[in-house]
Ligand binder design. Sequence first.
Ligand code: GDP
Length: 422
Amino acid sequence: MSEDKPHQNLAIIGHVDHGKSTLVGRLLYETGSVPEHVIEQHKEEAEEKGKGGFEFAYVMDNLAEERERGVTIDIAHQEFDTDEYYFTIVDCPGHRDFVKNMITGASQADNAVLVVAADDGVAPQTQEHVFLARTLGINELIVGVNKMDVVDYQESTYKEVVSEVEDLLNQVQFGTEDASFIPISAFEGDNIAEESDNTDWYDGEILLEALNGLEEPEPPTNADLRLPIQDVYTISGIGTVPVGRIETGILNTGDNVSFQPSDVGGEVKTIEMHHEEVPQAEPGDNVGFNVRGIGKDDIRRGDVCGPADDPPSVAETFQAQIVVMQHPSVITDGYTPVFHAHTAQVACTIESIDKKMDPSSGEVAEENPDFIQSGDAAVVTVRPQKPLSIEPSSEIPELGSFAIRDMGQTIAAGKVLSVNEP
Ligand code: GDP
């Protein structure tokens, strides 16, 4: 597999049982991402199980190993390449930590494939995942209308599902120009790697073409520097070395930087990447660096490093749009769960619930509601219990989203609308 091609992180989203794992298996199989000898080795075994197309069956068995134990199939971190790109499948929303991982940057997806079963159409998780994709900054969406074999490859059914999904995209203001639709069968392989004879009425792109045609993710090099600090080390001979991944902007030696909310700063003396000194680093780079006059106790994980003349924002309060994914009861004013934003984890109080939105229409459903619950979207005012650096999503999207966790679960996700600084 070529590592020279540009890289894309791809999320596969959609309602449970609509065919996400089957599609990933199909993509791995069609792109030759399963080694030949491995296929040979399991040829007999798969044939014995009597599955159509033994190689594909093997891929599925391999992916489905855990299914028998009733665990979510691990399709995350699978890799494949097309002519243009090298793809990594990032965690899927069914996974416990998907939302947190996406927000904290561990698996930020550039683009997504939304799988919608033709025989079921838009289902509750289709709505939730589209809303999340929009909130978490997915650029383009390829909609695979799956299980076309189940509906006898009928164009009318396909069109109905497409129009349902278009309505949904409009509701969450996800531009339909950033979405494409393909009738597929992950199981039978229609319109994945080859044009299918079963859908003569369709003359658009097949899935691999659409994946090839995605735009190359552009690194946000022109924005101001934002570098959330992951850890702070003391290295003999160098001194204090904060480490982290650059989210936006460029870090140069000689730059005057500021760490917020610790509110200290200085001049960047050295930058190290992959154990080598470099004069400059850009978005996506994991760096360790050394700043004149900064000691180990001056800064901490969760600080954000930015230019001294335009330091990262620190919120006394902030307004945010959230969607409640799973909460056992109701959320009311005063609720204080832990917010995860970039590398920071800070207890924050939901001071007021300002508006409740209807997630399926995007309209304000109620002003100042008494409570919100699972499935609700709302605008809330939040007060961090300790200083927190966070940015309006409209200005720096990379630093403008968060996950809300409580009781070991991600219960909500959101994006920052505005920040009120002290
Ligand atoms: P996930 O929960 O979204 O990952 O869904 P799975 O990939 O586990 O698929 C759910 C069920 O639908 C499985 O029994 C699959 O074999 C079946 N399935 C998936 N794609 C297709 C398809 O294109 N056609 C048919 N007939 N069945 C499919």
